[in-house]
Design a binder for this molecule. Structure first.
Ligand SMILES: *Cc1c(COP(=O)(O)O)cnc(C)c1O
Length: 384
C-alpha cells in the first residue's frame, strides 16, 4: 500500500478524516431530500464563512478557474470597463480569461512578491471609472497577500463592483463581504476548505446579483448563474447533475470550519504561518515574498546557499512531506509550502522535523532541533 504523505503543496491540502470518510457515503439521487438538505446547508454555511447575510451562494462542479470565469462572465458586459489588480500568476490568468471573452480591461501589475498598493489603485481610479474591479487575495505563485480590505474601502467611493479571487484565502484568512463591501468572492474546494478538488464556489452579493439580472444574454450556458440560481434555491430541481459525493464532503468541511469558529480559524492560520516562518528562518531559509505581504496560507521560500531544490524536495518527500517547486522564473530557486485548511499543530511539527531531517542528511550545517524550537516558542504561546 502506498504510504500517505503530508500534502503541503498550495492545494489540494490535507483532507481531514471526517471529510474523506464522507466521500464514501452513498451516491444518493441528486434531487433526493438528503442532497437537498446537504447542499442547502452548505450554501448557507458558505455565506456565514464569508460574512454575507444576503446575496446568493453557488456550489458547482468544476475548479477554481471555472469560478474565476463565472465571476467575470456574470458581472462584466462586453464594452464595460474592468480593472484587474494582479500580484502574479493568478491575476494574469484573470486577465487571460477577460481576453478570451473579449472583455475590455486594464491591468495594474505589481512585481512578484509584492501586491498592488492602494495608492496605485486610487491613482488609476482618478484617471478612469471602472464598473468592476477584480483582485486576487493570495497569489499562490508568489505568496503575496493583497490588501483587499483597503481596496474595498477605496472602491466604495466609486461604487464599482469588487470581485475577490479567494481560492487561496477564503476560509483561512478574514474576508467580510458585507462589512467591507465585497460583491463577489470565488474559491474552490481544495484549498482552505481542505476538501478534495472538484468544486467551483461563488458568493454573490445582492448588488452583484442585480448586476447579473440586468445584463442581457451572456456568452455562457453552464457558467450562467441564472441557470443555477433556481437549483441553489431549491436543489430538488434539475439543471445539470451536481457531483453528489463531492457536495456531501464539502458539507462536512463547512461544518468543520464553523465548528472551529471563524475567529479561531483565522488565528490558527496566522499562528501556524508565524511558527513555520520562524522555524525556516532559524534554519537559514528566507522568504521570496516582501514582508508586508506575507500570506498566512502559504509561503514561498528561498533556499540557503548549498541547498539544491530537487534533492531537497526529493529528500523531504522521502521523509513524508510533499511541497511544491517554484513557478516560472522561480523554478529551482524556491519551494512553496501550503499551510492552510485543516492543518493541525502536530502536522506542523511533523513537517518541520522532516525539513530538519532532510537538511541534516544533505550535509547542511545547522543546529539540530533549532527550527522546531523556534516554532514551538510561537505555538506554545498560543496555549497560555
Ligand atoms: C489555485 C488557485 C486558482 C486556480 O484554481 P484551480 O482549481 O486550480 O483552477 C485560482 N486562483 C488562485 C488564487 C489559486 O490559488
Amino acid at each position: 500500500m502506498q504510504q500517505e504523505k503530508l500534502l503541503l503543496i498550495p492545494g489540494p491540502t490535507p483532507v481531514h478524516p471526517r471529510i474523506i470518510n464522507s466521500l464514501s457515503l452513498p451516491t444518493v439521487s441528486h434531487v433526493s431530500p438528503i442532497l437537498v438538505k446537504e447542499l442547502k446547508e452548505s450554501l448557507a454555511n458558505l455565506k456565514k464563512i464569508v460574512f454575507c447575510e444576503r446575496g446568493e451562494s453557488f456550489i458547482i462542479a468544476g475548479s477554481g478557474t471555472l469560478a474565476m470565469e463565472m465571476a467575470l462572465l456574470n458581472t462584466v458586459e462586453r464594452g464595460e470597463s474592468l480593472l484587474v489588480l494582479s500580484q502574479g500568476y493568478f491575476g494574469e490568468r484573470m486577465a487571460q480569461i477577460a481576453q478570451s471573452f473579449d472583455l475590455n480591461f486594464d491591468i495594474i501589475e505589481s512585481p512578484w512578491g509584492n501586491a498592488v498598493r492602494p495608492d496605485e489603485l486610487e491613482k488609476k481610479l482618478s484617471e478612469r471609472k471602472y464598473a468592476t474591479v477584480v483582485s486576487t487575495h493570495v497569489d499562490t505563485a508568489t505568496g503575496a497577500c493583497a490588501p483587499v480590505r483597503e481596496y474595498a474601502e477605496i472602491l466604495k467611493i466609486q461604487k464599482s463592483l469588487f470581485i475577490i479571487d479567494g481560492v487561496c484565502a477564503t476560509g483561512g484568512i478574514e474576508e467580510r463581504m458585507d462589512d467591507w463591501g465585497v460583491d463577489v468572492i470565488l474559491t474552490a474546494a481544495q484549498k482552505c476548505f481542505g476538501t478534495p478538488p472538484g468544486l467551483a464556489i461563488l458568493v454573490f452579493s445582492e448588488k452583484a446579483m442585480d448586476k447579473r439580472r440586468g445584463m442581457k444574454a451572456i456568452p455562457a450556458y453552464y457558467s450562467d448563474l441564472l441557470n443555477w440560481l433556481p437549483i441553489m434555491k431549491d436543489p430538488s430541481k434539475y439543471f445539470s447533475t451536481p457531483c453528489v459525493n463531492e457536495i456531501r464532503a464539502f458539507w462536512e468541511s463547512t461544518k468543520i470550519v464553523l465548528e472551529e469558529g471563524m475567529e479561531k480559524r483565522f488565528l490558527r492560520h496566522a499562528l501556524i504561518a508565524q511558527a513555520i516562518r520562524a522555524a525556516l528562518e532559524k534554519l537559514g531559509f528566507s522568504f521570496f515574498t516582501q514582508k508586508p505581504y506575507l500570506a498566512d496560507t502559504l509561503s514561498v521560500i528561498n533556499y540557503p546557499e548549498g541547498v539544491e531544490d530537487i534533492s531537497f524536495r526529493k529528500g523531504l518527500n522521502e521523509n513524508g512531506v510533499v511541497v511544491a517547486g517554484g513557478l516560472r522564473e522561480l523554478a529551482g530557486k524556491v519551494f512553496r509550502m501550503g499551510h492552510m485548511g485543516n492543518l493541525s499543530v502536530s502536522q506542523v511539527y511533523f513537517a518541520l522535523e522532516a525539513v530538519e531531517k532532510t537538511l541534516h542528511s544533505m550535509g547542511y550545517k545547522f543546529e539540530l532541533g533549532s527550527g522546531l524550537k523556534a516554532a514551538s516558542a510561537i505555538l506554545e504561546e498560543k496555549n497560555k
